[in-house]
Design a protein around this ligand. Structure first.
Ligand code: SF4
Length: 372
Protein backbone atom coordinates (compact mmCIF):
# COMPACT_ATOMS: atom_id res chain seq x y z
CA UNK A 1 0.00 0.00 0.00
CA UNK A 2 1.21 3.51 -0.79
CA UNK A 3 2.46 5.46 2.20
CA UNK A 4 1.36 8.89 0.95
CA UNK A 5 2.56 10.68 4.03
CA UNK A 6 6.22 9.94 3.44
CA UNK A 7 6.17 10.99 -0.19
CA UNK A 8 5.58 14.73 -0.66
CA UNK A 9 6.69 14.44 -4.29
CA UNK A 10 3.74 12.15 -4.91
CA UNK A 11 1.39 13.83 -2.43
CA UNK A 12 1.60 17.17 -4.21
CA UNK A 13 0.02 15.56 -7.29
CA UNK A 14 -3.05 14.79 -5.21
CA UNK A 15 -3.25 17.72 -2.79
CA UNK A 16 -6.92 17.04 -1.92
CA UNK A 17 -5.97 13.84 -0.05
CA UNK A 18 -6.37 13.80 3.71
CA UNK A 19 -2.69 12.79 3.92
CA UNK A 20 -1.80 16.03 2.11
CA UNK A 21 -3.67 18.17 4.67
CA UNK A 22 -2.02 16.20 7.46
CA UNK A 23 1.39 16.76 5.89
CA UNK A 24 0.80 20.51 5.74
CA UNK A 25 -0.52 20.58 9.30
CA UNK A 26 2.41 18.59 10.65
CA UNK A 27 4.91 20.80 8.82
CA UNK A 28 4.13 23.52 11.38
CA UNK A 29 3.44 26.15 8.70
CA UNK A 30 0.71 28.45 9.94
CA UNK A 31 -1.92 30.28 7.93
CA UNK A 32 -0.20 33.50 8.88
CA UNK A 33 3.10 32.17 7.42
CA UNK A 34 1.41 31.13 4.21
CA UNK A 35 -0.29 34.49 3.76
CA UNK A 36 2.50 36.85 4.84
CA UNK A 37 5.94 35.21 4.79
CA UNK A 38 8.33 35.87 1.93
CA UNK A 39 9.41 32.19 2.19
CA UNK A 40 6.07 31.16 0.69
CA UNK A 41 5.73 33.70 -2.09
CA UNK A 42 6.27 31.00 -4.74
CA UNK A 43 3.50 28.90 -3.20
CA UNK A 44 1.20 31.94 -3.29
CA UNK A 45 2.05 32.70 -6.93
CA UNK A 46 1.50 29.09 -7.87
CA UNK A 47 -1.84 29.14 -6.01
CA UNK A 48 -2.93 32.10 -8.13
CA UNK A 49 -1.65 30.33 -11.26
CA UNK A 50 -3.76 27.24 -10.42
CA UNK A 51 -6.91 29.33 -10.59
CA UNK A 52 -5.90 31.22 -13.72
CA UNK A 53 -5.19 27.89 -15.45
CA UNK A 54 -8.62 26.68 -14.39
CA UNK A 55 -10.25 29.80 -15.85
CA UNK A 56 -8.30 29.78 -19.10
CA UNK A 57 -7.72 26.09 -19.79
CA UNK A 58 -10.23 24.25 -17.59
CA UNK A 59 -7.37 22.19 -16.22
CA UNK A 60 -4.51 22.60 -13.72
CA UNK A 61 -1.16 21.86 -15.28
CA UNK A 62 0.92 19.45 -13.23
CA UNK A 63 4.42 20.71 -12.62
CA UNK A 64 7.60 18.72 -13.12
CA UNK A 65 8.69 18.09 -9.55
CA UNK A 66 12.22 16.98 -8.82
CA UNK A 67 12.80 17.95 -5.21
CA UNK A 68 10.97 17.88 -1.90
CA UNK A 69 11.23 21.68 -1.66
CA UNK A 70 9.42 22.03 -4.99
CA UNK A 71 6.87 19.45 -3.89
CA UNK A 72 6.15 21.42 -0.73
CA UNK A 73 5.65 24.63 -2.70
CA UNK A 74 3.22 22.83 -4.98
CA UNK A 75 1.47 21.28 -1.99
CA UNK A 76 1.08 24.63 -0.23
CA UNK A 77 -0.19 26.32 -3.38
CA UNK A 78 -3.34 24.21 -3.11
CA UNK A 79 -4.65 25.53 0.24
CA UNK A 80 -3.70 29.03 -0.89
CA UNK A 81 -5.70 28.57 -4.13
CA UNK A 82 -8.68 27.47 -2.03
CA UNK A 83 -8.40 30.60 0.09
CA UNK A 84 -8.24 32.74 -3.07
CA UNK A 85 -11.31 31.09 -4.61
CA UNK A 86 -13.16 31.53 -1.32
CA UNK A 87 -12.32 35.23 -1.05
CA UNK A 88 -13.51 35.81 -4.63
CA UNK A 89 -16.75 34.00 -3.72
CA UNK A 90 -17.96 33.31 -7.28
CA UNK A 91 -19.95 30.06 -7.32
CA UNK A 92 -19.19 29.45 -11.01
CA UNK A 93 -15.50 29.87 -10.39
CA UNK A 94 -15.69 27.40 -7.50
CA UNK A 95 -17.21 24.76 -9.80
CA UNK A 96 -14.78 25.44 -12.60
CA UNK A 97 -11.83 25.34 -10.23
CA UNK A 98 -12.99 22.11 -8.53
CA UNK A 99 -13.52 20.44 -11.89
CA UNK A 100 -10.11 21.58 -13.15
CA UNK A 101 -8.38 20.10 -10.10
CA UNK A 102 -10.36 16.87 -10.47
CA UNK A 103 -9.46 16.57 -14.15
CA UNK A 104 -5.77 17.10 -13.42
CA UNK A 105 -5.95 14.39 -10.74
CA UNK A 106 -7.71 12.06 -13.17
CA UNK A 107 -4.96 12.42 -15.78
CA UNK A 108 -2.20 11.91 -13.28
CA UNK A 109 -3.97 8.96 -11.75
CA UNK A 110 -4.49 7.38 -15.14
CA UNK A 111 -0.79 7.80 -15.86
CA UNK A 112 0.29 6.47 -12.45
CA UNK A 113 -2.06 3.51 -12.60
CA UNK A 114 -1.15 2.36 -16.09
CA UNK A 115 2.50 1.49 -15.62
CA UNK A 116 1.71 -2.19 -15.04
CA UNK A 117 3.91 -2.21 -11.93
CA UNK A 118 2.77 -3.08 -8.42
CA UNK A 119 2.76 0.63 -7.53
CA UNK A 120 0.10 1.15 -10.19
CA UNK A 121 -2.24 -1.19 -8.32
CA UNK A 122 -1.25 0.49 -5.05
CA UNK A 123 -2.47 3.83 -6.41
CA UNK A 124 -5.88 2.29 -7.08
CA UNK A 125 -6.04 0.81 -3.58
CA UNK A 126 -4.81 4.10 -2.08
CA UNK A 127 -7.60 6.06 -3.75
CA UNK A 128 -10.26 3.51 -2.89
CA UNK A 129 -9.23 3.70 0.76
CA UNK A 130 -9.21 7.51 0.66
CA UNK A 131 -12.77 7.69 -0.64
CA UNK A 132 -14.13 4.74 1.33
CA UNK A 133 -14.79 2.48 -1.65
CA UNK A 134 -14.13 -1.25 -1.44
CA UNK A 135 -12.41 -2.22 -4.66
CA UNK A 136 -10.61 -5.41 -5.69
CA UNK A 137 -8.77 -6.49 -8.79
CA UNK A 138 -10.29 -9.53 -10.47
CA UNK A 139 -8.25 -12.68 -9.77
CA UNK A 140 -5.10 -12.74 -11.92
CA UNK A 141 -5.98 -9.33 -13.38
CA UNK A 142 -4.30 -5.93 -13.34
CA UNK A 143 -6.75 -4.14 -15.63
CA UNK A 144 -10.18 -5.08 -14.27
CA UNK A 145 -11.59 -4.28 -10.89
CA UNK A 146 -14.87 -4.89 -9.11
CA UNK A 147 -16.67 -2.76 -6.58
CA UNK A 148 -19.94 -3.04 -4.60
CA UNK A 149 -22.85 -1.70 -6.65
CA UNK A 150 -23.89 0.57 -3.75
CA UNK A 151 -20.57 2.44 -3.99
CA UNK A 152 -20.82 2.38 -7.76
CA UNK A 153 -24.22 4.08 -7.64
CA UNK A 154 -23.01 6.63 -5.10
CA UNK A 155 -20.23 7.89 -7.36
CA UNK A 156 -21.87 7.60 -10.78
CA UNK A 157 -25.05 9.48 -9.94
CA UNK A 158 -23.94 12.47 -12.04
CA UNK A 159 -22.54 10.52 -14.96
CA UNK A 160 -25.19 10.69 -17.66
CA UNK A 161 -23.69 8.58 -20.38
CA UNK A 162 -25.61 5.34 -20.99
CA UNK A 163 -22.55 3.19 -20.39
CA UNK A 164 -22.60 4.17 -16.69
CA UNK A 165 -26.16 2.97 -16.15
CA UNK A 166 -26.25 -0.04 -13.87
CA UNK A 167 -28.37 -2.01 -16.37
CA UNK A 168 -25.58 -1.69 -18.92
CA UNK A 169 -22.95 -3.17 -16.62
CA UNK A 170 -22.44 -6.74 -15.55
CA UNK A 171 -23.71 -7.08 -11.99
CA UNK A 172 -22.52 -10.21 -10.21
CA UNK A 173 -23.11 -11.02 -6.54
CA UNK A 174 -23.75 -7.36 -5.77
CA UNK A 175 -20.57 -6.20 -7.48
CA UNK A 176 -19.93 -4.24 -10.66
CA UNK A 177 -16.97 -4.98 -12.92
CA UNK A 178 -15.03 -2.04 -14.31
CA UNK A 179 -11.94 -1.39 -16.33
CA UNK A 180 -9.25 0.23 -14.21
CA UNK A 181 -9.55 3.43 -16.26
CA UNK A 182 -13.29 3.54 -15.52
CA UNK A 183 -12.61 3.26 -11.82
CA UNK A 184 -10.18 6.19 -12.15
CA UNK A 185 -12.95 8.15 -13.87
CA UNK A 186 -15.20 7.43 -10.88
CA UNK A 187 -12.47 8.72 -8.60
CA UNK A 188 -12.47 11.97 -10.61
CA UNK A 189 -16.12 12.37 -9.61
CA UNK A 190 -15.27 11.74 -5.97
CA UNK A 191 -12.44 14.29 -6.10
CA UNK A 192 -14.67 16.90 -7.74
CA UNK A 193 -17.37 16.43 -5.11
CA UNK A 194 -14.86 16.61 -2.27
CA UNK A 195 -13.22 19.83 -3.49
CA UNK A 196 -16.54 21.49 -4.33
CA UNK A 197 -18.21 20.43 -1.07
CA UNK A 198 -15.96 22.54 1.16
CA UNK A 199 -15.81 25.66 -1.00
CA UNK A 200 -16.11 28.54 -0.48
CA UNK A 201 -14.36 28.41 2.89
CA UNK A 202 -15.32 30.92 5.54
CA UNK A 203 -12.21 33.10 5.24
CA UNK A 204 -11.95 36.06 7.66
CA UNK A 205 -12.20 39.47 5.99
CA UNK A 206 -8.72 40.56 7.13
CA UNK A 207 -7.15 37.60 5.30
CA UNK A 208 -9.08 38.37 2.11
CA UNK A 209 -7.87 41.95 2.46
CA UNK A 210 -4.25 40.86 2.88
CA UNK A 211 -4.32 38.84 -0.35
CA UNK A 212 -6.33 41.33 -2.38
CA UNK A 213 -3.46 41.76 -4.89
CA UNK A 214 -3.83 38.10 -5.90
CA UNK A 215 -7.63 38.11 -6.00
CA UNK A 216 -7.72 41.30 -8.08
CA UNK A 217 -5.40 39.71 -10.67
CA UNK A 218 -7.69 36.69 -10.88
CA UNK A 219 -10.80 38.84 -11.16
CA UNK A 220 -9.22 40.69 -14.08
CA UNK A 221 -8.63 37.42 -15.93
CA UNK A 222 -12.20 36.32 -15.16
CA UNK A 223 -13.53 39.59 -16.47
CA UNK A 224 -11.42 39.43 -19.64
CA UNK A 225 -12.68 35.92 -20.38
CA UNK A 226 -16.28 36.96 -19.82
CA UNK A 227 -15.91 40.03 -22.00
CA UNK A 228 -14.27 38.02 -24.73
CA UNK A 229 -16.63 35.09 -24.82
CA UNK A 230 -19.76 36.30 -23.09
CA UNK A 231 -21.10 35.07 -19.80
CA UNK A 232 -22.56 31.95 -21.36
CA UNK A 233 -19.48 30.89 -23.15
CA UNK A 234 -16.21 31.92 -21.58
CA UNK A 235 -13.73 29.19 -22.31
CA UNK A 236 -14.50 28.78 -25.99
CA UNK A 237 -14.44 31.05 -28.98
CA UNK A 238 -17.54 32.25 -30.72
CA UNK A 239 -15.97 35.10 -32.66
CA UNK A 240 -16.59 35.01 -36.43
CA UNK A 241 -13.86 37.46 -37.31
CA UNK A 242 -16.25 39.39 -39.51
CA UNK A 243 -16.48 42.41 -37.23
CA UNK A 244 -20.09 41.74 -36.28
CA UNK A 245 -20.59 38.72 -34.08
CA UNK A 246 -22.70 36.38 -36.18
CA UNK A 247 -22.34 33.66 -33.59
CA UNK A 248 -23.11 36.02 -30.79
CA UNK A 249 -23.70 34.33 -27.43
CA UNK A 250 -25.15 37.52 -25.96
CA UNK A 251 -28.16 36.93 -28.25
CA UNK A 252 -28.67 33.27 -27.36
CA UNK A 253 -32.03 32.45 -25.77
CA UNK A 254 -32.13 31.91 -21.99
CA UNK A 255 -32.55 28.13 -22.34
CA UNK A 256 -29.36 27.77 -24.41
CA UNK A 257 -27.43 30.19 -22.19
CA UNK A 258 -28.45 28.18 -19.16
CA UNK A 259 -27.35 24.84 -20.67
CA UNK A 260 -24.04 26.33 -21.86
CA UNK A 261 -23.39 27.80 -18.48
CA UNK A 262 -23.97 24.41 -16.84
CA UNK A 263 -21.65 22.71 -19.33
CA UNK A 264 -18.99 25.32 -18.74
CA UNK A 265 -19.17 24.80 -15.00
CA UNK A 266 -18.93 21.06 -15.32
CA UNK A 267 -22.51 20.37 -14.25
CA UNK A 268 -23.87 17.23 -15.85
CA UNK A 269 -26.78 18.10 -18.13
CA UNK A 270 -29.41 15.65 -19.40
CA UNK A 271 -29.21 14.18 -22.91
CA UNK A 272 -32.23 16.16 -24.11
CA UNK A 273 -30.43 19.41 -23.18
CA UNK A 274 -27.19 18.27 -24.83
CA UNK A 275 -29.07 17.43 -27.97
CA UNK A 276 -30.87 20.80 -27.92
CA UNK A 277 -27.72 22.83 -27.43
CA UNK A 278 -25.74 20.89 -30.05
CA UNK A 279 -28.49 21.19 -32.68
CA UNK A 280 -28.96 24.87 -31.82
CA UNK A 281 -25.24 25.69 -32.12
CA UNK A 282 -24.90 23.78 -35.39
CA UNK A 283 -27.85 25.73 -36.77
CA UNK A 284 -26.35 28.96 -35.43
CA UNK A 285 -23.20 28.29 -37.44
CA UNK A 286 -20.68 26.84 -34.99
CA UNK A 287 -18.36 24.19 -36.38
CA UNK A 288 -18.35 20.66 -35.04
CA UNK A 289 -14.89 21.25 -33.52
CA UNK A 290 -16.09 24.38 -31.72
CA UNK A 291 -18.99 22.43 -30.25
CA UNK A 292 -16.79 19.53 -29.15
CA UNK A 293 -14.58 22.12 -27.42
CA UNK A 294 -17.59 23.23 -25.36
CA UNK A 295 -18.15 19.71 -24.06
CA UNK A 296 -14.57 19.43 -22.84
CA UNK A 297 -15.64 20.86 -19.49
CA UNK A 298 -18.23 18.20 -19.06
CA UNK A 299 -17.38 15.82 -16.18
CA UNK A 300 -17.92 12.73 -18.35
CA UNK A 301 -16.24 14.10 -21.48
CA UNK A 302 -15.18 11.41 -23.93
CA UNK A 303 -13.66 12.88 -27.11
CA UNK A 304 -14.59 10.02 -29.47
CA UNK A 305 -18.11 9.61 -28.20
CA UNK A 306 -18.76 13.37 -28.26
CA UNK A 307 -17.47 13.65 -31.82
CA UNK A 308 -19.69 10.74 -32.87
CA UNK A 309 -22.77 12.34 -31.30
CA UNK A 310 -22.07 15.81 -32.72
CA UNK A 311 -21.46 14.35 -36.19
CA UNK A 312 -24.67 12.35 -35.90
CA UNK A 313 -26.71 15.47 -35.07
CA UNK A 314 -24.91 17.37 -37.85
CA UNK A 315 -25.98 14.59 -40.26
CA UNK A 316 -22.46 13.95 -41.53
CA UNK A 317 -23.26 10.37 -42.46
CA UNK A 318 -27.01 10.44 -43.06
CA UNK A 319 -26.96 13.80 -44.84
CA UNK A 320 -29.86 14.95 -42.62
CA UNK A 321 -29.06 17.60 -40.05
CA UNK A 322 -31.31 17.67 -36.99
CA UNK A 323 -33.14 20.92 -36.30
CA UNK A 324 -32.99 22.38 -32.82
CA UNK A 325 -36.10 21.49 -30.75
CA UNK A 326 -38.98 23.96 -30.61
CA UNK A 327 -39.97 25.81 -27.42
CA UNK A 328 -42.84 23.33 -26.94
CA UNK A 329 -40.39 20.39 -27.00
CA UNK A 330 -37.99 22.27 -24.74
CA UNK A 331 -40.85 22.73 -22.27
CA UNK A 332 -41.80 19.04 -22.45
CA UNK A 333 -38.27 18.01 -21.43
CA UNK A 334 -37.96 20.69 -18.76
CA UNK A 335 -35.28 22.60 -20.71
CA UNK A 336 -37.23 25.85 -21.12
CA UNK A 337 -36.32 28.57 -18.63
CA UNK A 338 -38.49 31.22 -20.35
CA UNK A 339 -37.53 34.41 -18.62
CA UNK A 340 -37.83 37.42 -20.81
CA UNK A 341 -40.16 39.36 -23.02
CA UNK A 342 -38.78 37.87 -26.26
CA UNK A 343 -39.65 34.36 -25.07
CA UNK A 344 -43.31 35.41 -25.13
CA UNK A 345 -43.04 36.25 -28.81
CA UNK A 346 -41.34 33.17 -30.23
CA UNK A 347 -42.06 29.47 -30.59
CA UNK A 348 -38.50 28.40 -31.38
CA UNK A 349 -35.12 29.15 -29.72
CA UNK A 350 -33.62 29.89 -33.15
CA UNK A 351 -36.36 32.48 -33.78
CA UNK A 352 -35.47 34.05 -30.47
CA UNK A 353 -31.81 34.20 -31.53
CA UNK A 354 -32.54 35.71 -34.95
CA UNK A 355 -34.90 38.30 -33.49
CA UNK A 356 -32.41 39.32 -30.84
CA UNK A 357 -29.55 39.54 -33.36
CA UNK A 358 -31.78 41.75 -35.53
CA UNK A 359 -32.62 44.03 -32.61
CA UNK A 360 -28.98 44.28 -31.61
CA UNK A 361 -27.96 45.18 -35.15
CA UNK A 362 -30.68 47.84 -35.33
CA UNK A 363 -29.56 49.26 -32.01
CA UNK A 364 -25.94 49.40 -33.18
CA UNK A 365 -26.92 51.09 -36.47
CA UNK A 366 -28.99 53.62 -34.54
CA UNK A 367 -26.07 54.43 -32.21
CA UNK A 368 -23.76 54.92 -35.23
CA UNK A 369 -26.29 57.28 -36.87
CA UNK A 370 -26.59 59.29 -33.67
CA UNK A 371 -22.82 59.74 -33.50
CA UNK A 372 -22.59 60.98 -37.11
S1 SF4 B 1 -39.45 30.15 -24.46
FE1 SF4 B 1 -38.27 29.15 -26.05
S2 SF4 B 1 -36.53 30.48 -26.32
FE2 SF4 B 1 -37.40 31.09 -24.38
S3 SF4 B 1 -36.29 29.89 -22.84
FE3 SF4 B 1 -38.10 28.70 -23.43
S4 SF4 B 1 -37.41 27.34 -25.03
FE4 SF4 B 1 -35.89 28.95 -24.84
Amino acid sequence: MIEWRTEPVRLCLYPFLSAASEYVEESGITLDNLIHSGTFRHARSRGKERIIEAIKDGKIRKQVIISNAQAETELLSYPFARILVSCIGDVRLVRRYALSEAKAAYEKLLENSSTGSSSSTDVIYGMSEEFGVRVDFLPGEREQVRMPFVDYLRFTVNLRDKRWKLVNRGLEKGEVKLRKSEFVRIIQEAVYERIKRDLPLDVPADICKAIRGYTEDIKKVLEEMRKKFGDAGFGFDFESGSGFLVKDPSCFPPCITYILSNLREGVNVPHSARFAVTAFLLNAGLTEDEIIEIYKNSPDFDADRTRYQVEHIAGDKSGVRYTAPSCATMRTYGNCVRNDELCERVSHPLSYYKLKLKRKKEQEDKSKDEKM
